[in-house]
Design a protein. Structure first.
Length: 273
């Protein structure tokens, strides 16, 4: 766990600015998050899904006075811009790249100053900032530090869910305030709502602990001879895996012959209680 305030610039993230008379209705009908009630300087987490209900792109929506910013994966910003342009049709919406830097402030002793906005997924994840310098007293780190911190909390990231590979509920978007099930229609809503309503979610992302270097992405997690899941990402001692919940309970798990154990974060247990 991080013991001092850390400031990290996220070169892996970039911004898109939306404005115009129809921006709110336009975005509300596309993504998994409620935009109609978004307040100025509020951040909400969500995703743009495929029509079949899989995660296409994750995003944070930041409320502004007469529009919003989308905090998205930098490598996908052009593709997201293109897709939004396709969906725009005749809506009165302006859509453009915005060049402010994305940063995070997290760890014990981190206190938000002006402009820092609370991460909506978990309070422990701290704050997100846009175009803000490092606060006095904060230690500047790199993205690997932040990824390790998020993983220590059991929070998955884009490297885990990929593009068009994962249903958002499997990646715990529903437990991390990433889906509003009361908002009505959005792209991929039918599949997402059906999975939640029927309670048929057999696979979830959970952290796994092990000794030594992380297994490679795609390595099988085995419960005896049964396949219980796949490794998604990781660093020394700790990784993230996609796991069959019905096969890991009380099982001795291994990856490439090495024992691993599943860590069930408190927020995960509380959300499913």
């Amino acid at each position: 766990m991080v013991q001092t305030p850390s400031y990290v610039r996220l070169a892996s993230r970039a911004l898109i600015a939306l404005g115009g008379a129809d921006w709110r209705d336009f975005l509300h009908n596309l993504i998994s998050q409620n935009v109609e009630t978004l307040a100025q300087d509020e951040v909400r987490f969500g995703a743009l899904l495929t029509p079949q209900g899989k995660v296409l792109y994750d995003l944070f929506v930041i409320g502004g006075g007469d529009g919003c910013w989308l905090d998205v994966a930098a490598e996908h910003r052009d593709a997201i811009l293109h897709r939004l342009m396709i969906y725009r049709l005749r809506a009165k919406v302006t859509i453009a790249a915005h060049e402010a830097e994305v940063a995070v402030l997290f760890g014990e002793g981190a206190a938000p100053g002006e402009g820092w906005l609370a991460d909506p997924r978990l309070p422990q994840l701290g704050w997100r900032g846009y175009g803000l310098p490092a606060p006095n007293g904060a230690t500047e780190g790199d993205e690997a530090d932040y990824e390790a911190f998020a993983r220590s909390l059991g929070v998955p990231g884009p490297a885990d869910w990929g593009v068009e590979q994962t249903y958002p509920i499997e990646a715990n978007f529903d437990l991390l305030n990433g889906i509003d099930f009361k908002k009505g229609c959005f792209v991929g809503q039918e599949t997402t709502s059906r999975m939640k309503r029927r309670g048929t979610v057999k696979t979830r992302f959970l952290p796994i602990a092990f000794d030594g270097e992380a297994p490679g992405p795609g390595a099988e997690v085995l419960a005896g001879e049964l396949r219980a899941g796949l490794v998604l990402s990781g660093a020394e001692g700790l990784g993230m895996a996609s796991l069959r919940l019905d096969r890991i309970e009380g099982a001795d798990l291994n990856v490439d012959g090495r024992p691993v154990r599943v860590l069930r974060p408190a927020w995960f247990e509380q959300a499913l209680a």
